[in-house]
Design a protein around this ligand. Structure first.
Ligand SMILES: [Zn+2]
Ligand SMILES: [Zn+2]
Length: 395
């Protein structure tokens, strides 16, 4: 007999709009699904059902995978990598709904991807406040609010992984300033795939050229850096934000950081990227939203005027959703081990999944529970406690 019973309540918004789910509308369709074995939760139009992995290929009408449950030892696990579940299947990325967590808040860590409406931000750097232990590889549904969903800090980086470059001793001249002086402070380097006279540039000249492509803005205590692609105009090589020259890491892109307490968020694509640097010094909270009184303004129609707040405490940065229309979400990049007596919500595209994990009904528990209609939570808890005791005695 299964050790856990998973109930999934699926609510699908009728409108297809950039994978958004409207938390304010009743224009939706609901399903209640019981999961007793390894299975996939699948949407076909507005219908949501659970199927065994082996049956997925038989489904018609463009099935989309919303969630994948597998078993490890006695526990069910919610998989973070649905794309690996069935080859070639269409799937939606799973996100944890912050408002659905026990404390309605989530502890932010480096590597987390935060989504407000349809705008996504990666947490690049937190300096000052504490973070969750991001190295944990499996998270527990009981303690999701403690953070760490974002994966390893390797993402502190992607674009900032230093590329190793050797200073050039050859006597070519710089393609920008046309001079050929080459000293330790401002060496000539060959940073891209270009060769010959076009392949050599001073570090200082390259830094100034990249800086000229970056637009700087500020609003209250938030500095915003925006740029279109930072590619070599000739060979299209994408410049990293840091390079490694003669054993020294050198910043190609200069982002001004406050001295101690700050948070750096990155958004956008390679074509148009933004970096937000939030100064947290002497602050207790930062308001995020589309409204003019927000500390960090996000001018997107899917973002509510007062969308979310980041609370700055000694124990960390906690984000809270302010009943926004399209929700505040954290990307699930790690598998979640489902703990007994816990519940949480995930959003996958335009479907909200409310997941709760309980003990399976024993005969005794069923007799107690039947015919009572809607039990109060307290009573449910009491019944479960009794069944827990019974099953541990093997009755
Ligand atoms: Zn130069
Ligand atoms: Zn080039």
């Amino acid at each position: 007999m299964a050790e856990q019973r998973i109930t999934v309540k699926a609510i699908t918004w009728f409108r297809e709009s950039s994978g958004l789910f409207d938390y304010e509308t009743s224009n939706n369709r609901k399903y209640k699904i019981k999961v007793n074995e390894e299975s996939l939760i699948v949407r076909q139009d507005e219908n949501v059902l659970s199927v065994h992995r082996s049956c997925f290929q038989d489904l018609q009408n463009h099935p989309i995978i919303l969630a994948s449950f597998y078993k490890k030892n006695r526990n069910f696990i919610l998989s973070s990598s649905i794309n690996k579940t069935v080859e070639g299947a269409e799937w939606e990325k799973p996100w944890v709904v912050i408002k659905g967590l026990k404390t309605s808040e989530y502890l932010l860590s480096e590597g987390d991807v935060l989504r407000l409406g349809k705008v996504k931000f990666t947490i690049k750097e937190i300096s000052g406040p504490k973070q969750s232990d991001v190295r944990r590889s499996v998270l527990h549904s009981k303690t999701l609010e403690n953070g760490g969903l974002g994966g390893l800090v390797k993402s502190k980086t992607d674009a900032s992984v230093p590329i190793e470059l050797e200073a050039q001793i050859i006597s070519n001249s710089c393609r920008i300033c046309l001079l050929d002086d080459n000293d330790e402070l401002n060496p000539l380097i060959s940073p891209c795939f270009c060769t010959g006279t076009m392949g050599v540039v001073h570090i200082g000249c390259l830094q100034r050229w990249l800086d000229s492509k970056i637009t700087q803005n500020s609003h209250r205590d938030v500095k915003i850096y925006t740029w279109r692609s930072l590619n070599c105009e000739l060979c299209k090589f994408k410049y990293p934000s840091k390079i490694f020259v003669n054993n020294k890491i050198i910043d190609l892109i200069t982002i001004e950081k406050p001295p101690t307490n700050y948070l750096i968020l990155e958004s956008g694509s390679n074509e148009l990227k933004s970096i937000h640097v939030l100064n947290l010094e002497d602050k207790q909270a930062i308001k995020l939203g589309r409204g003019y009184d927000s500390d960090m303004r996000i001018p997107d129609i899917s973002v509510s005027r007062n969308h979310a707040t980041i609370h700055i405490r000694s124990s960390g940065l906690y984000i809270q959703d302010l009943n926004s229309k399209f929700g505040s979400l954290i990307r699930i990049k790690k598998d979640i081990c489902l703990d007994l007596d816990s519940k949480f919500k995930i959003q996958t595209g335009r479907t909200l999944l409310k997941i709760s994990i309980t003990k399976p009904w024993s005969l005794f528990g069923c007799l107690l529970g039947c015919g009572k209609g809607k039990d109060s939570d307290d009573e449910n808890q009491r019944i479960r406690d009794i069944t827990t005791d019974l099953s541990s005695n093997n009755i």
